[in-house]
Design a protein around this ligand. Structure first.
Ligand SMILES: *[C@@H]1O[C@H](CO)[C@@H](O)[C@H](O)[C@H]1NC(C)=O
Ligand SMILES: [Zn+2]
Length: 316
């Protein structure tokens, strides 16, 4: 009897230990914390993570369906600077800015207006002179260096938890970030990273107009659209994804700054490769908007035609 009691007690302790360490993490954290639950195990704690409409996905362009009703989105308040300071946070998974803004999106086949709630990033890792890309979505198998997610919730929802009660509660705008020239509009945000090195740290920063962090509106007519999920637990399904074709440009040194923050406290792993692997499409369609960017050759042809026309009218 006493032995049984002891065994039960030991089991109880073990179970408690197991629960205490079973927090979700990215694959890149398993080296430091082998017991944490990586993307393939998330469903053990959060059943939705093995649902049929998960994100991110690889977009295969030859299978994408043109949807003529997908016109340009309306960006409301995107060029306004918020009056209150931005809270930038290292939450142990990403760098996140919580928004308290009137910025909204509508149109573009969304069906209703959604208000901006927060934005955060996913990134890769530097290996020698190379950068292993860390975007979540990919196009024809190709990933980009980073991905920015601006998370919007239904206008009538008070916060993200309330929005998740609906079937279409969340709309995320996704932007790829490519290694190019330096983007000064990101200077202040990146310089805050040294103040949020460790998990749980927050800092306040001067707000920026959201439009200054993304490509100009005239470049946002081309995008992909599909129904998916949040890419972190609880993997809530009910997210309308908009993935813009035009990437944001940052320099390599700006991109590598993101890995100066850590997944946890001092001596923990630098935050890198904080992306979820691509998920099955499971019969979902991916649509593309109708706006078309003229191909460089088409532009050249048009220019030649115009020149010919002008010259011929001059020579008459
Ligand atoms: C920076 O922001 C300004 C103002 O919003 C904008 O006009 C400019 O195009 C942005 N620069 C880049 C590189 O995105
Ligand atoms: Zn994200």
């Amino acid at each position: 009897m006493e032995l049984l009691f002891l065994v039960l007690f030991a089991l109880h302790i073990l179970k408690r230990e197991a629960l205490a360490v079973s927090h979700w993490c990215y694959e890149s954290q398993k080296y430091e914390d082998p017991l944490c639950q990586g993307p393939r195990e998330w469903y053990q704690i959060y059943a939705t993570c093995k649902g049929e409409k998960q994100s991110p996905i690889n977009i295969v362009t030859k299978n994408v369906v043109l949807d003529k009703s997908l016109n340009s989105l309306n960006f409301e308040g995107y060029d306004v600077k918020e009056s209150s300071a931005w809270d930038i946070e290292n939450n142990g998974h990403t760098v996140k800015v919580t928004l308290d803004t009137s910025a909204k999106i509508g149109g573009g086949g969304l069906g209703r207006k959604y208000k901006a709630a927060e934005f955060h990033f996913h990134w890769g890792v530097q290996v020698g002179q190379q950068y292993l890309p860390g975007s979540e979505h990919s196009i024809d198998g190709e990933k980009q260096a980073m991905e920015l997610h601006i998370v919007h919730i239904r206008e009538d929802a008070s916060d993200i938890e309330a929005a998740k009660k609906y079937a279409n509660g969340v709309a995320v705008l996704a932007f790829f970030i490519k290694i190019e020239e330096e983007n000064r509009n990101y200077t202040s945000l990146i310089s805050e990273l040294e103040n949020i090195k460790y998990k749980g740290q927050t800092a306040q920063m001067e707000p920026l107009p959201l439009s200054s962090l993304i490509p100009p509106e005239e470049d946002l007519g081309r995008y992909y659209r599909y129904e998916g999920s949040l890419t972190t637990p609880d993997c809530y399904e009910g997210v309308i994804w908009t993935i813009f074709e035009k990437p944001i440009a940052l320099s390599l040194s700006q991109i590598t700054q993101f890995s100066t923050v850590y997944f946890d406290g001092k001596n923990s792993t630098p935050m890198a490769e904080n992306f979820r692997p691509v998920q099955f499409l499971n019969g979902r369609e991916v649509y593309r908007s109708s706006a078309s960017i003229l191909l460089p050759t088409a532009k050249l042809l048009l220019l030649l035609l115009m020149l010919t026309y002008i010259l011929s009218s001059l020579c008459q």
